[in-house]
Design a protein around this ligand. Structure first.
Ligand SMILES: [Zn+2]
Length: 298
């Protein structure tokens, strides 16, 4: 019963699934003790609204379950997994909610002030904050993507930039929107902006080998650097998408990396070169040109 929804996935680790469900139950129970919580179901996503106003609740109710379902199906196909989409818990905090009363790991990751949402593995739940800048539906889809990549791939560690790029891409794909150029981050692509970028965000190699704990200059990731990282990761996803038009192996990248246990940025970088037939310098030249002109030209 505890693994309901996950048991049908071939190769799924049952113990991991049980742990996840247990963490989810505990998280929700702890939330309910201290704050006003309402539950809303949206396709495979269980949304818990914490101290949300009527307007905030109404905003969540406008999210079309078909859009959420679309994301789940695409991620399943990218990962080569069939069957029912496992359910994902998202805790949505209203503007008046008290984050200090949220379960520990959620409060910690949101308090760090690094963004409007987080997939918090320890709690088995994603968190999303209502704010006046990014719509809650986009935050939810972004974090649900992180959650599903983790759950469906059974914790397989894809390089962070690949996950961020896909999560950002889903924010547009879910709602049938086309990203604007500045969403893709190419406003950061001029030589002047590149000089201001964290070193991790400049090349394909640096993006794939990011240390999520701290930047290469020894300082911690701050909010602005993380925004650049997410945008550049998205741009990397767009670049790989362009390359995939003529290089079919790239279309099943997530599946191939997982089933062949290709882990770590260096190994993935190597795999990219083999599967595209481009050596490191051609791959980097292509990415650089794509960031500046929008064309791969390799
Ligand atoms: Zn993210």
């Amino acid at each position: 019963m505890l693994v309901h929804g996950l048991s049908s996935h071939k190769g799924q680790n049952v113990i991991t699934a049980i742990r996840l469900r247990l963490a989810q139950h505990l998280t929700v129970a702890r939330l309910r003790v201290l704050q006003r919580v309402r539950r809303v179901k949206c396709s495979f996503v269980r949304i818990y609204l914490v101290n949300c106003s009527e307007a905030e609740r109404a905003e969540v109710h406008t999210i079309d379950p078909r859009h959420v379902e679309k994301v789940g199906r695409l991620l399943q196909s990218k990962l080569g997994i069939k069957g029912r989409i496992p359910h994902v818990v998202v805790v949505c905090f209203g503007r008046r909610a008290r984050l200090d009363l949220a379960p520990g790991a959620i409060a910690d990751s949101l308090r760090s002030g690094r963004g409007w949402g987080a997939w918090v593995r320890q709690e088995g739940a994603a968190a999303a904050l209502f704010n006046d800048i990014v719509p809650i539906r986009k935050i939810m889809i972004h974090e649900v993507t992180h959650a599903l990549l983790h759950i469906l791939a059974n914790g397989f560690p894809y390089p962070r930039a690949l996950e961020e790029g896909i999560a950002k891409m889903m924010e547009f794909y879910a709602f049938g929107e086309r990203p604007r150029d500045d969403d893709k981050g190419n406003d950061h692509a001029s030589a002047e902006h590149r000089n201001l970028m964290p070193a991790e965000c400049v090349t394909v190699h640096s993006l794939l080998t990011i240390d999520p704990r701290r930047k290469k200059d020894g300082t911690d990731w701050d909010g602005n650097s993380l925004i650049v990282l997410t945008n550049r990761s998205f741009w990397l996803s767009c670049y790989l998408g362009e390359l995939a038009k003529s290089r079919v192996a790239l279309r099943s990248m997530l599946y191939t990396l997982r089933v062949n246990n290709i882990r770590g940025g260096e190994a993935v970088y190597e795999w990219l070169q083999q599967s595209t037939g481009l050596d490191a310098s051609a791959l980097e030249r292509g990415f650089n040109s794509f960031c500046v002109t929008g064309s791969t030209d390799v």
